[in-house]
Design a binder for this molecule. Structure first.
Ligand code: HEC
Ligand code: HEC
Length: 331
């Protein structure tokens, strides 16, 4: 099992290494230095890809997975007034979250401790520098909430203003789809592993059952896209692929089977862009999608059959197409 976990983490790390670098065109107020701008854009992009799955400024107040980043900024700037000290404090927490380090005990009680994820220090510092220097997006309800609950009368977020929004139309659409798919996959995969390691396989099933949808949806809301995981052999019937998607699944299956290289599929219909990329199995997946008894513990099979009486998602081996990411851009 340890080995399997190791393999998955390696796969995840590899898959984020080649995550696309993007070229956003954003003009920041009073700034003409292209280098400063590029750094800010990079920080913003990383923040959105790595943190907004949970710290999402677009979620409504009763349906959030973690405090909005604006709340963390407000709280952390109280103790850390310089950029360096702010960045050190954020990295100290994110590198290895523990109950003792938490400053916002209310958030800890409400959401539970932030799950450990293997982040890159350089990237986290780019994110925290960006948060420190610029005004980041905050939820509509946030100002009122913060003033009422945190004794901060006349709250106003510090930082320079970014002029204009990301010009997504100019970003390569393929890269954009890859970013959405990979970041969603990463957060699902890492949280799944965490539950496996900490509480065992049955609890991990509960995680997939309860959290796979909210985590994916939260990412989708943020990106203003529709993000789905669909398959020809669904466990959850909601994830049944439609006719088009089935065709693409067959396409990727033949590529993988013949060991041919392939790219994600990008299509445009009536002005709407769709992106499809395959979801491939590894050893770890077989714990729940492999062959019963050989790979799947009978206790797990029992649990799966109570939650998914029509489960077709078993009998897989390694390196097979389990399904695809099906992403539709709304803008
Ligand atoms: C899978 C969900 C998830 C992701 C992804 C996530 N966080 Fe968190 N984070 C949480 C939760 C839940 C809390 C609130 C509980 C706590 O403080 O641990 C939190 C709290 C925090 C805190 C405040 C801790 C304190 O002192 O109260 C910081 C700082 C933080 N996150 C930074 C980040 C950064 C930076 C990223 C992106 C690189 C990120 N988080 C990504 C779930 C997440
Ligand atoms: C701990 C058990 C467990 C492990 C390990 C696991 N899955 Fe799943 N998987 C599930 C459950 C449960 C669902 C149904 C989730 C739901 O209800 O939305 C699911 C659903 C899926 C779906 C959505 C389509 C469907 O059949 O409903 C895909 C795709 C998927 N898993 C791929 C993988 C891949 C790839 C891996 C390995 C990297 C993996 N899973 C590892 C339990 C697991």
């Amino acid at each position: 099992m340890k080995n399997a976990i190791l393999i998955l983490s390696v796969i995840l790390m590899v898959s984020c290494k080649d995550s696309p670098s993007s070229k956003f065109k954003v003009l920041a107020e009073n700034e003409s230095d292209p280098k400063t701008q590029e750094t800010a854009n990079e920080g913003k992009r990383l923040l959105e890809a790595k943190c907004y799955v949970c710290h999402n400024p677009k979620s409504d107040e009763n349906n959030v997975l973690a405090p909005p980043m604006a709340a963390i900024k407000a709280r952390y700037s109280k103790d850390h007034s310089t950029k360096k000290s702010f960045s050190d404090a954020i990295w100290n927490f994110v590198e290895k979250p523990t109950n003792e380090k938490v400053k916002m005990k209310g958030a800890l009680n409400r959401f539970g401790l932030m799950p450990f994820q293997s982040f890159d220090e350089k990237e986290i510092r780019k994110i925290s520098d960006y948060i420190f220097d610029y005004q980041i997006e905050e939820p509509e309800w946030f100002k009122q909430h913060w003033e009422q609950n945190h004794g901060d009368k006349n709250y106003h977020q510090k930082g320079k203003r970014m002029n204009g929004s990301f010009n997504m139309g100019e970003q390569n659409l393929m890269e954009r789809g890859m970013t959405y798919a990979q970041s969603t996959q990463k957060v699902l995969g890492e949280n799944l592993m965490l539950r496996l390691q900490k509480n065992g396989i049955e609890d991990a099933v509960v995680f997939c059952n309860e959290r796979a949808y909210p985590l994916t949806d939260s990412m989708a809301i943020f990106h203003n896209a529709k993000i789905r995981r669909v398959t020809d052999k669904p466990r959850n019937l909601e994830n049944q692929a439609n006719e088009k998607e089935l065709e693409y699944i067959e396409f990727f299956k033949s590529k993988v089977k013949n060991k041919e290289t392939y790219k994600p599929i990008l299509t445009t219909e009536n002005g709407t862009t769709h992106f499809y990329s395959p979801i491939i199995t590894n050893t770890m997946c077989l714990n729940c999608h492999g062959t019963p008894i050989t790979n799947i513990d009978p206790k797990v099979s029992l649990l799966l059959s109570t939650k998914y009486p029509y489960d077709k998602a078993v009998g897989y081996t390694e390196n097979e197409v389990r399904g695809i990411w099906s992403i539709t851009f709304n803008d």
